[in-house]
Design a binder for this molecule. Structure first.
Ligand code: 2IT
Length: 447
């Protein structure tokens, strides 16, 4: 297998699908050497099969807004790979959603889910519906219309969606309500991220951020460092950033920045629990503005329009917002300001140039598919609880999450340790995830 040849073929076949091509390129580069040591992979054309989704559902979603006007969006579900378990992955509602974006996310999800130690295949879905400025009623009507099509494609042992950008507990509630009505079954295991009183796992809302901080702790420990007293810059203010801020604070770090599409809020004395709680209000408002934090906490949070979180001096950078949110120039600025670690929490949050810069300038870097896997892992734990019709305590879930993140870190170290003793976490995560999925595909024959 030659990465160059496969990429040339995919570029010709899918011109303009830049996020998808970027995600595939990163994985193929990492695994090429190991792959070529396994002639049985080459014979079964594992890579050629793995880069293509199993199937893509595309559907029209029509709903009526508060003014009585008919609106039409496009919905998707991409079932990427089911070698190690049923399709599993979130739904993203964002105006910029395209097949390319969801293909990149579904592809990444396949390797991420393999790292979690749980039996889950990869999928992703969503819509170009823009939640910004929508009322609660509009969100509900959209979710119901979306599920009217999606329900036929999913099932607790088939495909289990969850949240992602623009889809949180509220949306999962509306989606589940409509699913239940259509299927006439109380199949809680069909979606994860549900409310805690109706089948949701305790700690699922916090899990992506908590898991990211547990992974960061493992990484720092391996490098002989400690998070206590570190200044942390977080991008975004959504569910993932929220969980990361809670755990960073608990571990004795100081969160000095959060950000949004409108700019950055610098918090020189560190974020407080009250401010973290306010992030939930900001998210529920659908205003998509981080400036609201500075308005609510004048003097504590200082808003600068148009700037990113990476302009704020920190030790550790945690991208928690969107793909490609951290560019090479940002990586350079972070280093100039003394940053020495970046754990990518968003999916593909760093551009290839930024990752390259971190890796060649002694900055500890770990990729999203390892760092943020605690979210989907806890979704996996939710599926187990649903299948058994039981619910675990927060302590039980947290212990399992700790164990999973530690094991993901160990897999990265096992497959990513370089001759000089440093760990290439990108390589480690990609090879570990790939080997598991590839072996399962081989076992199951040419299908
Ligand atoms: O990117 C992700 O891993 C998620 N959005 C969570 C997916 C899930 O099924 O919990």
């Amino acid at each position: 297998m030659k990465t160059k040849d496969i990429m040339a073929r995919l570029q010709a076949k899918y011109p303009g699908e830049s996020e998808y091509l970027q995600a595939v390129q990163e994985v193929l580069e990492s695994i090429e050497e190991v792959y070529n040591q396994h002639p049985e992979f080459e014979k079964a054309k594992i890579v050629e099969r793995m880069v293509e989704p199993d199937r893509i559902f595309t559907f029209r979603v029509t709903w009526v807004d508060d003014k009585g006007e008919v609106q039409t969006n496009t919905g998707y579900r991409i079932q990427f790979n089911s070698a190690i378990g049923p399709y599993k992955g979130g739904l993203r509602f964002h105006r910029a959603v395209t097949p390319s974006m969801l293909k990149f996310l579904g592809f990444e999800q396949t390797f991420k889910n393999a790292l979690t130690t749980l039996p889950m295949g990869g999928a992703k879905g969503g819509s170009d519906f823009d939640p910004k400025g929508k009322t609660d009623e509009e969100i509900m009507r959209f979710c119901q219309a979306f599920m009217l099509e999606l329900w036929q494609c999913i099932g607790p042992d088939q495909d289990i969606p969850a949240g992602d950008v623009g889809v949180g507990g509220r949306e999962i509630g509306y989606l589940y309500g409509m699913y239940k009505k259509l299927a006439r079954e109380y199949n809680t295991g069909v979606l994860t991220g549900k409310g805690a009183t109706w089948g949701g796992s305790i700690l699922r809302p916090e899990a992506t951020g908590f898991g990211a901080l547990y992974f960061t702790q493992n990484l720092l420990h391996h490098a002989g460092k400690d998070i206590k007293g570190c200044k942390v810059a977080v991008s975004g203010f959504g569910n993932v950033a929220w969980g990361a801020c809670i755990k960073a604070l608990e571990l004795g770090a100081k969160v000095v920045a959060i950000s949004g599409p409108d700019g950055v809020c610098e918090i020189p004395d560190g974020i407080t629990r009250e401010m973290i709680d306010y992030m939930l209000v900001m998210r529920a408002s659908n205003r998509d503005r981080v400036e609201d934090m500075a308005t609510r906490f004048p003097g504590q949070a200082v808003f600068t329009p148009g700037k990113k979180a990476w302009s704020v001096k920190c030790d550790i950078a945690l991208p928690c917002a969107f793909q490609n949110e951290l560019a090479e120039e940002d990586a350079k600025q972070l280093k100039e300001n003394g940053c020495w670690c970046c754990c990518e929490v968003s999916n593909m949050g760093c551009q290839p140039g930024a990752i390259h810069f971190f890796q060649h300038n002694g900055i500890l870097f770990a990729p999203g598919k390892a760092v943020n896997a605690g979210g989907v892992a806890t979704s996996g734990l939710e599926m187990t609880q649903n299948a058994e019709h039981i619910s675990w305590s927060g302590k039980e879930v947290d212990e399992k999450l700790h164990f999973i993140m530690k094991s993901i870190h160990e897999q990265c170290v096992k497959f990513g340790t370089q001759p000089d003793g440093t760990v290439d976490y990108v390589k480690g995560a990609n090879i570990a995830g790939f080997m598991k999925v590839a072996q399962a595909m081989l076992d199951q024959g040419t299908i």
